[in-house]
Design a protein around this ligand. Structure first.
Ligand code: PGA
Length: 252
């Protein structure tokens, strides 16, 4: 084992609000942030609103939705881990399937970003998951194994690193209203842990579920000790929804 978690207060479960490319205005962002400002929540707004959200929240923690792997320099349009750290960001989502699919982000790019996050004391939230077709073809384990092995390859054997958070997010469950089953997720947790061991990676990550989580279905996942939390997209833009999810998580 190496490293420690960035403890987010008393709760063992981690709830992450991924706002994606929402909302449209600063005013709305400040409103949602103010209304969702509870302990044990990590809020990941668009880069543009990070500073305003950091000034609005007092209890929640701040996360970014991505980062670049270099600290500074001629990288037009990118945001560095140092800039994020200096703004009070503690977490960074890396390798979200929307970035892999829409921007061609590869496992090697993901690996560089994960290492850059850890080098700057940001806890990386590595997203892994398969498409509907890949699942139908029985390739789920192959895909997840590859994403984990390559994605974590640059930090796996470094001493004194922060442990990453791993979010299993089946792509077919994201934004569809149809989550995976808790049973499948429990199998996936086992598989992820086994893969880390067989890869020789001395990491001890928290493993969370993402994909159409809302206040109605969150408990089915969060009640299991093995499932360490949830990554919430659409439902996280409604403060009453995300607060309910955090409350459910606190019970376990
Ligand atoms: P969703 O998104 O909750 O809207 O399905 C989850 C995610 O992509 O992180």
């Amino acid at each position: 084992m190496c490293g420690i978690y960035d403890k987010i207060s008393s709760m063992d479960k981690i709830i992450i609000a991924n706002w994606k490319m929402n909302p449209a205005s600063l005013k709305e962002a400040e409103k949602i942030a103010k209304e969702s400002d509870v302990e044990d929540l990590i809020i990941c707004p668009p880069f543009l609103f990070l500073e305003a959200v950091s000034k609005t929240i007092h209890k929640a923690k701040l996360g970014a939705q991505d980062l670049f792997w270099e600290d500074k320099g001629a990288y037009t349009g990118e945001v560095s881990p140092v800039e994020l750290k200096n703004l009070g960001v503690k977490y960074a989502i890396i390798g979200h399937s929307e970035r892999r699919q829409n921007l061609g982000e590869t496992d090697k790019i993901v690996a560089k970003k994960i290492a850059a996050a850890v080098d700057n004391d940001l806890t990386p939230i590595l997203c892994v998951g398969e498409t509907k077709d890949e699942r139908a073809a029985g390739k789920t384990e192959e895909i997840i194994k590859r994403e984990l092995k390559i994605g974590l390859s640059l930090l796996a054997n470094q001493p004194h690193t922060l442990n990453p958070i791993i979010a299993y997010e089946p792509i077919w469950a994201i934004g569809t209203g149809t989550p995976d089953t808790p049973e499948n997720m429990l199998n996936m947790v086992k598989f992820i842990k086994e893969t880390l061991v067989t890869s020789g990676y001395t990491l001890n990550p928290k493993i969370i579920y993402g994909g159409s989580v809302n206040s109605q279905n969150a408990e089915e996942f969060l009640k299991h000790e093995e499932i360490n939390g949830a990554l919430v997209g659409g439902a996280s833009l409604k403060s009453e929804e995300i607060i309910k999810i955090v409350k459910i998580a606190k019970q376990y």
